[in-house]
Design a protein around this ligand. Structure first.
Ligand code: HEM
Ligand code: HEM
Length: 283
């Protein structure tokens, strides 16, 4: 894999930033707010940010880049599809529970539903996310869809997946701002109390997390190789025993090795060409 070290650095940073975001959301609700419970009180509302940040932001982000982890390229595509679909399903479930929490809280406190821009964009993102999940299962996981349909849908799947993810981050930022404006009265948000500083930092981390994931997911040379190229594009050191590549690498002369390298380069270029034409591996 090209720039393996850079990929690892970005991956480690995104995991760290995502993990710290989840911790900060917990510190926010436990240290500064009413904690978590399910009784129609403000503590029930608090499930909303915690589950959104854990599921809809962090887990969805990991689900998006899971195909790009070079050590998974030796795993079957079907297994990776199960992992990608499974993580996205967990994210969806947590997002739904978080929505139930906020609607339940609003109904218990007689607060009107669906009045804000945050709630409009948020609900739209959840609806498109469920559609994406349903189509992903129906077209890419179940064996019934014809190859032509898979090939036609893949660029749309990738584009809409990344757009929904970016929209989710934007919605979370709107929600955070609203909550701080509503909840901080004495001292007010404008007086920058410690809670406001902590939660502003949380918002910044969400933007950084989103940018790292979108960067990793949009580099063509870090894409999972198409099935026919997978053998020669394995990351160095990740070659499973008994494969063609390993036996060439261990038994060959230097000339053979440079041959292999130029083959790898050719395959990589071919792979990028396929990607540009929307012909990524969909099986
Ligand atoms: C309300 C969705 C993230 C704070 C709502 C409502 C929806 C929603 C649909 C309306 C509930 C109702 O009308 O009864 C989402 C989605 C998010 C998200 C999809 C994920 C990106 C957040 C975050 C916060 C937050 C991270 C931070 C605290 C709020 C607040 C309300 C609310 C304060 C009540 C005021 C309002 O209806 O706008 N959210 N939310 N949201 N959300 Fe979020
Ligand atoms: C690729 C998003 C559900 C199958 C992708 C990519 C994104 C994405 C952003 C591009 C990844 C990359 O370029 O490395 C989503 C979202 C989903 C979802 C947000 C849920 C709402 C599913 C489901 C399946 C699926 C249920 C069924 C197995 C695939 C496949 C790829 C893919 C086969 C191509 C991987 C490759 O490049 O080889 N998805 N996806 N997706 N997704 Fe999904």
């Amino acid at each position: 894999m090209e720039d393996y070290g850079r990929f690892l650095a970005l991956l480690a940073s995104s995991l760290l930033v995502g993990f710290v975001s989840v911790i900060l959301s917990l510190v926010w609700v436990f240290h500064y707010r009413e904690g978590l419970s399910w009784d129609g009180s403000a503590a029930e509302f608090n499930w909303h940010p915690v589950l959104i940040i854990t599921g809809f932001v962090f887990i969805q982000g990991i689900a998006i880049i899971v195909y790009r982890l070079p050590w998974t390229w030796k795993c079957s595509k079907l297994l990776m599809k199960f992992i990608h679909a499974g993580l996205n399903t967990i994210a969806m479930i947590l997002a739904i529970v978080s929505m139930v929490a906020v609607f339940d809280f609003h109904n218990a406190k007689n607060i009107p539903n669906m009045y804000s821009l945050h709630s409009w964009i948020g609900l739209t993102a959840v609806i498109f996310y469920s559609l994406q999940l349903f189509l992903g299962f129906a077209v890419f996981l179940l064996p019934f869809a014809p190859v032509r349909l898979r090939v036609a849908l893949m660029p749309i799947h990738v584009y809409s997946g990344l757009t929904i993810f970016a929209t989710v981050i934007a919605t979370a930022l709107m929600g955070i701002t609203e909550k701080l404006i509503f909840a901080l009265t004495n001292p007010a948000y404008s007086e920058s109390p410690p809670e406001a500083t902590l939660v502003n930092c949380l918002g910044l981390l969400l933007v950084i997390f989103g940018s790292l994931i979108l960067w990793m997911a949009s580099r063509p040379h870090w894409k999972r190789p198409a099935a026919e190229n997978a053998k020669i594009l394995r990351p160095i050191g990740a070659t499973p025993e008994g494969t063609e590549v390993e036996s060439t690498m261990t038994n060959s002369s230097n000339a053979d090795k440079s041959d292999l390298r130029s083959n790898t380069e050719a395959a990589r270029k071919q792979n990028i060409k396929h990607d540009e034409a929307g012909l990524r591996s969909t099986m």
